[in-house]
Design a protein around this ligand. Structure first.
Ligand SMILES: C[S@@+](CC[C@H](N)C(=O)[O-])C[C@H]1O[C@@H](n2cnc3c(N)ncnc32)[C@H](O)[C@@H]1O
Ligand code: SF4
Length: 429
């Protein structure tokens, strides 16, 4: 057993009180599962891209107009199946992710959104991902006419050599122009994703990218270190030397450079990865703890059950054509696991209040997790004033390391496995 898996096993046992976590090929009984829920988030997955980037772990396939039009019908069917179960529960957060949602700007995104707003009680703005090459002036107007108020795009890097290495289909000047157009278009928040700790990247290059983004006036920067997922092309090429040139200390230094730039310019840390201009509503994926996911590979979490749709677009479509929900895997969660999941996501946001835990679970936070938090505050990883818990910069960094330990392995097993087998019998995490 590697040190990684030993540590992972220990953490799962410690936090969730379980020895292993398994998802099974079973459609859960959803009757009555929405009745206690006060508010929900909605996630819509668009699994199409105009290119397949070698580093990307997300579920996607090459865009084709015919697949897109069948997809619109399937998502519409899926919404209709849920509308009876969900009733008029309010959705207070809505996120459209991918793949690349902007591939469907002219092939059904509008009608899908209209249907969502017709069948569900939507009480929120729309947050949506986009690709820089799709952000012409005309497309930006279309995006706004759909009601999108918060826009994100994958810039990835601001040096030609890194853009070439990542096989991104634009030059530095082109992507900067796309960012400028988006920033000037009047969204409430424009987020750009960048990746650091790229092969051979220097600290000076990270600093240059950070300063350029600041000059371009973006509201938020989500900066991820390059994760090499074993099932991506880059992951396969990197093989065993996954951390070769992006080791822990190197990443920490790069993150420090970004922290200095963005804190210095008045941005706040709003999640493990994101810096947001103070006063701007942060761009993010679903912001409430419970959510329903629509589309191929979308996940849903309703208090005591988590379930995941099949990843394969053709299977997703044919399942709904046959009148069946496209759920491939599900897992019932014990109360202890729900609490551990709650803590994981709140820590990911870098802060939480203990009263929110009490409201959700009817138990005192300290009686459940207090003994794990106290040593962390001794080590300066978090500040705990008795009610609010806030991660320090050092705490956030170590959370990155933990994330790396968990996410790469879990995502590899769950997403990598589901991309190979549309209806897996079981996935053990
Ligand atoms: C769905 S894409 C963004 C939208 C659009 N498809 C695009 O490429 O511009 C999600 C983002 O996740 C980040 N990402 C993808 N693969 C990554 C990896 N292996 N390591 C770190 N970040 C990654 C990238 O910043 C990417 O822009
Ligand atoms: S990074 Fe974006 S464009 Fe590239 S494959 Fe992933 S989702 Fe598609």
């Amino acid at each position: 057993m590697s040190l990684d898996s030993l540590l992972r096993g220990m953490l799962i046992r410690l936090l969730a009180g379980e020895t292993g976590v398994a998802l099974e090929n079973r459609v859960p009984d959803l009757d009555g599962r929405f009745s206690h829920i006060e508010e929900l988030g909605l996630y819509l997955h668009i699994p199409f891209c105009r290119q397949i980037c070698p580093y990307c772990p997300y579920n996607k396939e090459l865009y084709s107009p015919s697949a897109a039009s069948q997809y619109v019908e399937a998502v519409t069917r899926e919404m209709d199946s849920y509308s009876r179960l969900v009733g008029d529960k309010p959705f207070t957060s809505f996120y459209i992710g991918g793949g690349t949602p902007t591939t469907m700007l002219d092939s059904g995104l509008g009608p899908m959104l209209e249907h969502i707003f017709k069948v569900f009680n939507m009480r929120c703005d729309i947050h949506m991902e986009s690709h820089p090459n799709d952000l012409s002036e005309e497309n930006l107007r279309t995006i706004q006419s759909l009601g999108v108020k918060h826009l994100s795009m994958g810039v990835e890097a601001l040096q030609e050599r890194h853009l070439r290495r990542l096989e991104r289909p634009y030059s530095v000047d082109e992507v900067k122009a796309a960012v400028e157009r988006a920033v000037g278009a009047g969204f409430e928040c424009v987020n750009v994703d960048v990746i650091f700790a790229l092969p051979g990247q220097t600290l000076a290059e990270v600093e240059e990218a950070g300063r350029e983004l600041l000059k371009l006036g973006v509201d938020q920067v989500a900066a991820y270190p390059l994760f090499t997922f074993p099932y991506t092309r880059m992951g396969r090429e990197a093989g065993a030397e996954r951390d070769g040139n992006s080791g822990v200390l190197r990443r920490r230094k790069m993150l420090r450079v970004l922290e200095e730039i963005f804190y210095g310019a008045g941005y706040e840390r709003t999640s493990v990865w994101a810096f947001t201009r103070r006063g701007v509503p942060r761009y993010c994926s679903v912001t409430v703890p419970l959510y329903l996911g629509l589309g191929a590979s979308a996940g849903s979490y309703l208090e005591d059950v988590f379930f995941l749709n099949t990843f394969k677009v053709s299977e997703y479509i044919s399942s709904l054509e046959k009148g069946r929900l496209p759920i491939a895997l599900s897992m019932e969660l014990s109360e202890r696991m729900q609490m551990a999941g709650w803590l994981y996501w709140r820590i990911y946001e870098t802060r939480f209040s203990k009263s929110a835990f009490r409201n959700r679970f009817g138990r005192e936070f300290d009686s459940v997790f207090g003994r794990y938090l106290t040593p962390l505050s001794w080590f300066g990883l978090l500040d705990d004033d008795g009610e609010e818990v806030v991660l320090t910069n050092a705490g956030t960094y170590w959370l990155h390391v933990l994330e790396d330990l968990f996410s790469i392995d879990y995502v590899g097993k769950l997403w990598g496995g589901s991309q190979q087998e549309p209806w897996p019998e079981m996935v053990v995490l």
